[in-house]
Design a protein around this ligand. Structure first.
Ligand code: AMP
Ligand code: MG
Length: 428
């Protein structure tokens, strides 16, 4: 049966194609204060409001001068001083130098700044140290060297974190336009699942997938909407799917395997779902389901909430209930679709290369691409990070995943990597 399922690569290509189609329509736009911008996506390109830097700027404390005069090692009369925040002063008389601070504008006539540490000062004169030479432009960043007024600094679709916040601030944006975050419904299923605050009865477990996925949705630029857990019951699932119709993306956990009470796929089929795939040759996460369901009619008395995209169909992922499977399949497949819905230019999962620390003893599932909880040490400079598997008890092992900082990718090849081999890791 499993060979009929798409490989990891085939499923990835399918999701990427779907995400790129979604990415062609833009989400709606809202305005947020700069302090609330991290994690959001720029809706309009950011352009420089003035030259960057706005004036020729000294990068050192020292003396602005003519490089040629200073390099002759003759004493130059100190003609004035400019602090950061002051206008440049000047122009610089010939045969003189001008005291200047880091960040201050360089006065007309000066073409270099001699560092304070490289000069000798005596009797109101400054002389470049005999072993030093000064080149034209040294320790000065010319006006507009980084950007000219009106230049595009960041395109729309850029995800905002600290460096982008700094650039927005430098350009005078106290508030900015960002895309409205996609609303991601999280539907956990299972008769055994109880809310976090409950004391589980024998046989019950607390809902850890709901909060975990909510955290992953936030990190991927979405707005989580946690629905009440649905029991393993056709009616409960039908009702939950109607409720979820107002979302931009639906994540369902549990109930997608082949068990007697795995009723999610039939419920989706009853709702008219079109399945893009129902399983992928990966481990963990093989039962993953991806598709679209027509937006159901809203419950009586309610009007459908307009969604940022309001397409006719609601994309969904049915993630296997085991927590590690849910996390892996979210990162690999749901996060790219979510990023596209969020208007982000960066859509793919983040992979990196690392060096295998101890060899992997055996490769139990050579026909599957595997993603195993692992720990990566970002240590010595210039070396690839080293990665080692975290001992785990299978895809229900939450503690192993919480201890890990990445997943080791094992391609569907017969031989596991040896010690020192270069391997791929999936970052989270
Ligand atoms: P299922 O995919 O429904 O067969 O569930 C597989 C395993 O994941 C079972 O051991 C479930 O109890 C567990 N599981 C399902 N949903 C959750 C959840 N929301 N939180 C924690 N564990 C879950
Ligand atoms: Mg279940």
């Amino acid at each position: 049966m499993s060979s009929a399922l798409p490989s990891y690569g085939e499923a990835t290509a399918l999701v990427a194609e779907y995400a790129s189609q979604l990415g062609q329509s833009r989400p709606s736009v809202e305005r947020v204060e700069l302090g609330r911008a991290p994690g959001r996506v720029l809706a309009r390109a950011l352009c420089a409001d003035r030259d960057q830097p706005p004036f020729a700027r000294s990068t050192r404390d020292g003396f602005a001068c003519r490089a040629q005069e200073a390099s002759a090692h003759i004493p130059l009369a100190i003609a004035g001083s400019t602090r950061a925040g002051e206008p440049p002063g000047g122009p610089l008389p010939h045969g003189s130098a001008w005291e200047i601070m880091t960040g201050a504008p360089v006065l007309p006539g000066a073409d270099a700044v001699a560092m304070l540490e490289h000069v000798e000062i005596a009797r109101e004169h400054v002389t470049l140290a005999s072993k030093r030479n000064l080149a034209v432009g040294e320790n000065i960043v010319a006006q507009g060297a980084q950007a000219r007024k009106g230049d595009e600094l960041l395109p729309a679709g850029t995800a905002i974190s600290a460096p982008q916040v700094a650039l927005l601030a430098a350009c005078g944006h106290a508030a900015i336009e960002v895309f409205v975050r996609p609303r991601v419904a999280i539907l956990t299923t299972g008769d055994e699942i109880v809310p976090v605050k409950s004391t589980p009865a024998p046989g019950q477990i607390r809902n850890s997938n709901g909060p975990m996925l909510a955290a992953m949705v936030v990190a991927a630029g979405g707005e989580p909407w946690i629905l009440p857990t649905a029991s393993d019951d056709a009616r409960a699932l039908d009702t939950a799917l109607i409720q979820a119709a107002e979302a931009d993306l639906l994540l369902i956990t549990g109930g997608v395997s082949a068990g007697k009470f795995d009723l999610v796929e039939p419920a989706l089929a009853r709702a008219g779902a079109r399945f893009h795939f129902t399983g992928v040759r990966i481990q963990p996460g093989k039962p993953l389901v991806f598709g679209e369901v027509p937006r159901c009619h809203p419950a009586p008395g309610k009007t459908a909430r307009p969604t940022p995209r309001a397409p006719q169909t609601l994309p969904f992922f049915g993630l296997p209930g085991n927590p590690v499977s849910s996390a892996v399949t979210f990162l690999l497949f749901a996060a790219p679709v979510l990023a596209a819905l969020a208007g982000s230019r960066e859509c793919g999962p983040r992979f990196a290369l690392a060096r295998m620390a101890p060899a992997i003893e055996k490769h139990a599932k050579p026909d599957l691409t595997r993603f195993l909880p692992a720990n990566c040490t970002f240590g010595a400079s210039g070396e690839l990070p080293e990665v080692a598997l975290v001992p785990w008890q299978g895809s229900g092992d939450l503690a192993a995943m919480a201890y890990a900082n990445c997943f080791l990718v094992l391609p569907d090849e017969p031989h596991p990597p040896r010690q020192g081999a270069i391997v791929r890791i999936l970052l989270f």
